[in-house]
Structures are given as structure tokens and as C-alpha cells.
Write a protein of this length. Structure first.
Lengths: 117, 113
């Protein structure tokens, strides 16, 4: 149980373009979703927290205009990297915190590898 | 000083060995403790979730929490090559599952056949 999916699993784009990453909770409703970034051989860095129907809360140092987050429903959150540059290349992982039987902790998606050329 | 300290390893053991993975933390407000397993190029997978001090066992995995020492452990019995992964400890103070998780750096484990 507690399945979280991400799409796409990997994406390559040109510098200056925008990329959208979807995060879905497949078998539970997620009141809160989180977006993380992970560099090679490093731990997860929380970028932002989003609640369904509300504006996302960004961590210090994360550009909210560059990383647009939308949490339109209890099963879907999207992260859009706007005007991507090579330094945005990273592994982006979402997680979801649910209600009722999925209420203990966050469950993570499989991640999306973004490469900006 | 980081809130959560975890030796990054790598830790290499022979198949069948008992593995001990550990984290220390400084914030006495942490009450909820998790261990996640992350395979290369994959998202973290929840292995164990514990509240406050004590032990929890699930198959070959045992999680221990010692709040007095601010120390948590994950033991893996009869380790298998498929256990080769990075193990992340995580913890939070909030009783809500929407509370921010604080992660350790992760320990890379290699189990050799």
C-alpha cells in the first residue's frame, strides 16, 4: 500500500525551457505533498511543502518563481521548473502524507531525474 | 553541528552477516523515527516507523530507539545482496505526518555474496 508515482521518471531538456513533473498518490488521499531535491551521494533536501488547495510553503533559499508547485487535488501535485538551467539538473523526489490508514509518515515517489543541457 | 548524524560509510559485509546502522541526533523533541531504504536512482522506501523509545521488529529488520542517548539503530539479520542500498534515518517532532522530516546523510551498505 501507500503507492506514490511520479511522471516522468527522467527528462532531458534544453536550457531555458520549462519542465513539469507530476506526483500522484495512487491508493490514498494526500492532504500534504512534499518536494525534495537530491544530489549524488547526498541526502534529501526539502524544497517545499504543499497542501491541497493552498499555496506551497518554500524552504529558505528555494526560489518560488523558479520552482512552481501546484497541489490541485488530494492525489496530484505538480512541480514546474521554469527556465531550467544546467544547475537545475538533479533528482527530484516527491512524497505524500495521507489520512486515515496512511497517516503515519510520508511515502515517497520513485523520483524524476532532470538533465538540463 | 547537524541535527542528525549518520555515518555515510560505505559499509561492506558478507552475505548472512548482521548489519547495524545507526544515527545520533541532538534535538530531544524528536519523537517519531523512521528508516528508509533507497536503491540507486530510486525514491526512498519506508522500512520501519517507530514512536518514542523501544524496539520494533519486522522480519529481518529491527529498529531500536534510545531517547535517553539520542541514538537510533537499524539491525538487519541474515543480510542479503538485495539489501545493498543506502539507508536513511529520518525523524520528526510533530505528531502530525505532515511535520518536517529531518534526514541523516544516509549509510551506503554493500552485502557481498
Amino acid at each position: 500500500g501507500a503507492v506514490v508515482s511520479q511522471h516522468p521518471s527522467w527528462v532531458i531538456c534544453k536550457s531555458g525551457t520549462s519542465v513539469k513533473i507530476e506526483c500522484r498518490s495512487l491508493d490514498f488521499q494526500a492532504t500534504t505533498m512534499f518536494w525534495y531535491r537530491q544530489f549524488p551521494k547526498q541526502s534529501l533536501m526539502l524544497m517545499a511543502t504543499s497542501n491541497e488547495g493552498s499555496k506551497a510553503t518554500y524552504e529558505q533559499g528555494v526560489e518560488k518563481d523558479k520552482f512552481l508547485i501546484n497541489h490541485a487535488s488530494l492525489t496530484l501535485s505538480t512541480l514546474t521548473v521554469t527556465s531550467a538551467h544546467p544547475e537545475d539538473s538533479s533528482f527530484y523526489i516527491c512524497s505524500a502524507a495521507g489520512t486515515s490508514e496512511r497517516s503515519d509518515t510520508q511515502y515517497f515517489g520513485p523520483g524524476t531525474r532532470l538533465t538540463v543541457l | 553541528q547537524k541535527e542528525v548524524e549518520q555515518d555515510p560509510g560505505p559499509l561492506s559485509v558478507p552475505e548472512g552477516a548482521i548489519v547495524s546502522l545507526n544515527c545520533t541526533y541532538s534535538n530531544s523533541a524528536f519523537q517519531y523515527f523512521m528508516w528508509y531504504r533507497q536503491y540507486s536512482r530510486k525514491g526512498p522506501e519506508l522500512l520501519m516507523y517507530t514512536y518514542s523509545s523501544g524496539n520494533k521488529e519486522d522480519g529481518r529488520f529491527t529498529a531500536q530507539v534510545d531517547k535517553s542517548s539520542k541514538y537510533i539503530s537499524l539491525f538487519i539479520r541474515d543480510s542479503q545482496p538485495s539489501d545493498s542500498a543506502t539507508y536513511l534515518c529520518a525523524m520528526r517532532s510533530s505528531s502530525s505526518n505532515t511535520g518536517k522530516l529531518i534526514f541523516g546523510q544516509g549509510t551506503t551498505l554493500q552485502v557481498k555474496p
